[in-house]
Design a protein around this ligand. Structure first.
Ligand SMILES: Cc1ncc(COP(=O)(O)O)c(C=O)c1O
Ligand SMILES: Nc1c(O)cccc1C(=O)C[C@H](N)C(=O)O
Length: 412
């Protein structure tokens, strides 16, 4: 028995998260299934950004560094992101980008494991993570190198006395697979290595328990499920027990013990502040501040429950599309699934383009994956039903073959 549109409407009527939809700007007639790449605009954000521009910058000018709390923002925002990560305060700062933060924590982690020189990472990781790991390994000296795993399942064979750090994404950006954070963290630490999680595709999509699982380091972005806008500042987490000894190489003045003493030598401040480098981007932070006001009202258990229900519904509705060559790549087991569904199709690129032309926005990742992100705060069950129907129509009509939708292999 397939779920009907009427049943979806009933699920929407009973949805405890439904009121949050009014918090977001959703373009008329669009079903947005790409919030796993760029989250939508919160309705309250333009006003908050305007206030920072016109009031804090325009009127208060330089006084805002103190009076509007600009200096402290990396910390105050870090403390507000921390609950989304299952982290006590004092271990999270908001700053820079995911790539830059990854550079800092990987270098710090390598420094905490002298005598060990291997970084293990998944071959299928989001490429910037691998590029950064390569860069850090090259700079670390001592023959440090990054080695790639075909999957995290290989850890049992590959962890060894030379493994310094393991870097993994909690949710895979392509397949949407969710890894077992508690078990993997334990396994890595049992081998004497340190665990770094990239939580870009997990934060705001499901509860994350960094402290409870003794994670060493984590990094992530705020422009996906957290809705803070393109290029909004990222965050990093360093477990309290590492803060005294951890050293990061981007030793800019914001990480200095006394930045306004303008000393010639670098002296890192105690605590998580040593992972800061330079002046924060206040406008991006204003947007994050605004979206966090929404997140502070959200129960992450409800988000996870709805996320699983939405992805399950979509999988159920697209399963019959196997007759058009569609294969569900995302794990069906709840415990192994993040908040997106990836479908394999040899002509995934033009199919996604045809779907976008119909007002259903997903995306495509080479070589053949169509990705659909499910954001519980602003997506309804009915929209998921409608999106699956539109996909079925695109495949049935073969309209994706039209010239305008391009061909496989084109870049999005
Ligand atoms: C898993 C993952 N890590 C890192 C990044 C890169 O982040 P940034 O460009 O903000 O450094 C992304 C997305 O862009 C991502 O999906
Ligand atoms: N960060 C992005 C950007 O600056 C431009 C285009 C896309 C992105 C993304 O976030 C891509 C995303 N991480 C992905 O999962 O593919």
């Amino acid at each position: 028995m397939t779920t009907t549109r009427e049943e979806c409407a009933a699920l929407d009527a009973a949805d405890p998260l439904a009121p949050f939809r009014a918090e977001f700007v959703l373009p008329e007639g669009l079903i947005y299934l790409d919030g796993n790449s760029l989250g939508v605009l919160p309705a309250r954000t333009p006003e908050r950004v305007r206030q920072v521009v016109e009031q804090e910058w325009g009127q208060q000018l330089i006084r805002s560094w103190n009076e509007a709390g600009w200096f402290a923002k990396p910390h105050t925002l870090g403390a507000r992101v921390a609950p989304l990560l299952g982290a006590a305060a004092g271990q999270v700062v908001v700053c820079d980008t995911t790539s830059v933060n990854l550079f800092k924590v990987l270098a710090a982690a390598l420094g905490l494991r002298p005598g060990r020189s291997t970084v293990l990472a998944e071959r299928a990781a989001f490429p910037t993570d691998l590029y950064i790991a390569e860069g850090v390994s090259a700079l670390a000296g001592g023959g440090a190198r990054t080695e790639l795993l075909d999957s995290a399942d290989q850890l049992a064979d590959r962890l060894g006395p030379d493994t310094a750090v393991v870097l993994l994404s909690l949710v895979d950006y392509r397949t949407g697979e969710l890894l077992d954070l508690p078990a993997i963290t334990r396994q890595v630490q049992a081998a004497g290595a340190l665990m770094v999680w990239d939580v870009c595709h997990a934060v705001g999509a499901l509860p994350i328990e960094l402290d409870a699982n003794g994670v060493d380091f984590a990094v992530g972005c705020t422009y996906k499920y957290l809705n803070s806008g393109p290029g909004s500042p990222a965050f990093l987490y360093v477990a309290e027990r590492h803060l005294a000894a951890a050293e990061q190489p981007l030793s800019g003045w914001f990480g200095h013990a006394k930045p306004f003493d303008f000393e010639p030598g670098y002296r890192p401040v105690d605590g998580i502040g040593r992972f800061l480098t330079s002046s924060p981007s206040l406008l991006g932070q204003a947007a994050l501040e605004s979206s966090l006001e929404i997140w502070e009202q959200v129960d992450l258990a409800e988000v996870r429950a709805k996320s699983l229900a939405l992805t399950e519904l979509f999988i159920e509705l697209v399963d019959p599309l196997a007759k058009y060559g569609v294969e569900v790549v995302t794990p069906r087991e709840r415990a192994r699934r993040g908040s997106q569904v990836a479908l394999r199709h040899p002509d995934g690129y033009p199919v996604v383009q045809a779907l976008i032309a119909r007002g259903v926005v997903g995306d495509f990742r080479a070589p053949d994956l169509m990705r659909f992100g499910f954001t519980p705060l602003y997506l309804s069950y009915t929209e998921v039903w409608d999106a699956a129907r539109q996909l079925a129509e695109v495949l049935e009509s073969e309209e994706w073959r039209e010239e305008q939708f391009g061909r496989r292999g084109e870049v999005t």
